[in-house]
Write a protein that binds this ligand. Structure first.
Ligand SMILES: N[C@@H](CCC(=O)N[C@@H](CS)C(=O)NCC(=O)O)C(=O)O
Length: 203
């Protein structure tokens, strides 16, 4: 069945999905829109909730980045079978998205001075609040959230890379176990080759 992932030419909320698909050796059409041309009315009007990413499989469509990531992960065995372990990972990815919520406040602020204040708050407070906890979870589980590679690891790396693009920094640098995980994901078979051919992202 033909698979398509629609998103911007940006890491944002879709890079973890792309990484999972590439790691799983899944063939898919990576449809990318230029953020500067958005909203493209002819596309936006067809989206069920007016937003990207959107995943297509045959004649079925799915929105919400986490639902898509979880679904494609299940297909390539990156989701545990045990319901408790699944729930623990669900909580992890929601925690990761709570951090992303802070980045969104920064992205949406148009006033340069206020933006700078928000950026400082994120770097000095939010990063440490969330990443000290991610670091602890990873350390306690052999460097992965579930003791072995799972979709939550991909989601973290996708959000780290997106946050870094928007903030212009490397938020993971003070967290050695997170840093190692980022490197591990980037060098996975499939992901490594994808990154090597990916065109650079710019805002
Ligand atoms: N909760 C949704 C959020 C989707 C979202 O905010 N998409 C943004 C890009 S990251 C978007 O489509 N923005 C353009 C628009 O709203 O027109 C998800 O996780 O997929």
């Amino acid at each position: 069945m033909a698979k398509k992932l629609h998103y911007f030419h940006l890491n944002g909320l879709a890079e973890s999905i792309r990484y999972i698909l590439h790691y799983g050796g899944q063939k898919f059409e990576d449809v990318r829109y230029d953020l500067k041309s958005w909203p493209i009315k002819s596309v936006k009007d067809t989206l069920p909730y007016g937003q990207l990413p959107l995943y297509e499989e045959g004649n079925k469509t799915l929105n919400q980045s986490l639902a898509i990531a979880r679904y494609v992960a299940a297909q390539v065995h990156l989701l545990p079978t045990d319901p408790w372990e699944q729930a623990v990972l669900d909580a992890i990815v929601f925690n990761i998205y709570d951090f992303w919520g802070k980045i969104l406040v920064f992205i949406k602020e148009n006033d340069a001075a206020k933006k700078e204040v928000i950026k400082k708050e994120i770097i000095n407070e939010s990063v440490d609040f969330f990443f000290s906890r991610f670091e602890k979870e990873l350390k306690a589980n052999k460097g992965f959230f579930n003791g072995k590679l799972s979709w939550a690891d991909f989601v973290l790396v996708g959000i780290v890379e997106s946050a870094n693009l928007f903030l212009g920094t490397e938020i993971e640098k003070k967290y050695p176990t997170v840093l190692v995980l980022v490197q591990k994901i980037r060098t996975l078979p499939g992901v490594k080759e994808y990154i090597a051919t990916r065109k650079p992202y710019a805002l």
